[in-house]
Design a protein around this ligand. Structure first.
Ligand SMILES: C[S@@+](CC[C@H](N)C(=O)[O-])C[C@H]1O[C@@H](n2cnc3c(N)ncnc32)[C@H](O)[C@@H]1O
Length: 264
């Protein structure tokens, strides 16, 4: 396990983003403090449960899109508590040789991921902080599994809004270290949306997370585009996750931007 800025013991006194999200998706790996927070969150923004489901649907589509492009390695940052349709399950339905490295800082996410991948030689899980890219890339589970001379799909799905100002610097390091043909796929919450009421609800979500273990930072659409650096924008551009790669997949937007880029 990489050395990180987190306490080694589980903090059950405050809600945490991984477990609240698990509860929103109908999972069982959460505690009363997380379920209570989810209730407050849904009071602030009733769309949040739909947003979580839309995010998982986007994850599936973007993984399939990468596989169709021939990408055979995935580095899933902030991979979360396993739920239905994890990256390796989607990938291995296409090709069991696809390599998948999961990374999360949350001990529950890592422990349950380790159970789910037990016995698989092409999948690892590492506890590390994605804002420390050198730690991530140097960890055994990543350095020993992925070949950075070949294209990698770097997934940062619904996690960078938990990283404050560190995301830009960190993602730039990952971009630099990836081989040409690699993909960077991001989904990120935002209040930079046309619907003023939805924007206000997203700000209420930030407020609800303020004193939790997982404070939230929303980014503008331009800031999220900036996370792709000089990668060529793929698909329809920076669009709501419900519209990537095709408009109208879901009945309404999720106030979460999809940004997918390819390294030239
Ligand atoms: C909302 S969940 C998203 C899970 C998954 N990517 C998905 O889209 O279904 C966000 C995850 O990011 C993780 N996370 C937040 N900050 C992180 C950091 N600095 N390093 C690693 N993981 C982080 C949390 O522990 C949590 O599991």
């Amino acid at each position: 396990m990489a050395d990180g800025p987190w306490p080694d013991e589980l903090d059950l006194s405050r809600p945490n983003g991984a477990r609240v999200y698990d509860h929103l998706l109908g999972g069982a790996h959460n505690f009363q403090v997380d379920r209570d927070h989810a209730r407050r969150l849904l009071a602030a923004n009733p769309e949040q449960q739909f947003g979580a489901q839309a995010n998982r649907a986007f994850l599936r589509r973007v993984v399939e899109w990468c596989l169709e492009r021939g990408v055979r390695q995935f580095l899933d940052l902030g991979s979360g508590i396993p739920t239905v349709g994890n990256v390796h399950e989607i990938a291995h339905a296409h090709d069991p040789a696809v390599r998948v490295a999961y990374v999360d800082c949350d001990p529950i996410a890592v422990a349950h991921s380790a159970e789910v991948i037990e016995g698989l030689t092409t999948v690892t899980v590492t506890r590390a902080d994605l804002t420390r890219p050198d730690d991530v890339l140097g960890a055994d589970g990543i350095a020993g599994l992925l070949d950075l001379d070949e294209p990698v799909a770097l997934l940062a799905i619904a996690c960078l809004h938990f990283t404050g100002g560190d995301a830009e610097r960190s993602i730039a390091v990952f971009r630099e270290r990836l081989a040409p043909g690699s993909v960077l796929a991001i989904s990120h919450g935002s209040d930079d949306v046309d619907d003023a009421d939805h924007a206000a609800r997203m700000r209420a979500v930030v407020e609800s997370f303020r004193d939790t273990a997982s404070p939230v930072t929303l980014r503008s659409r331009a800031e999220i585009r900036g996370l792709l650096g000089d990668f060529a924008l793929a698909g329809p551009g920076i669009v709501d996750i419900t519209d990537w790669p095709t408009a109208g997949l879901a009945p309404r937007p999720a106030a979460t931007w999809a940004a997918v880029g390819v390294k030239g």
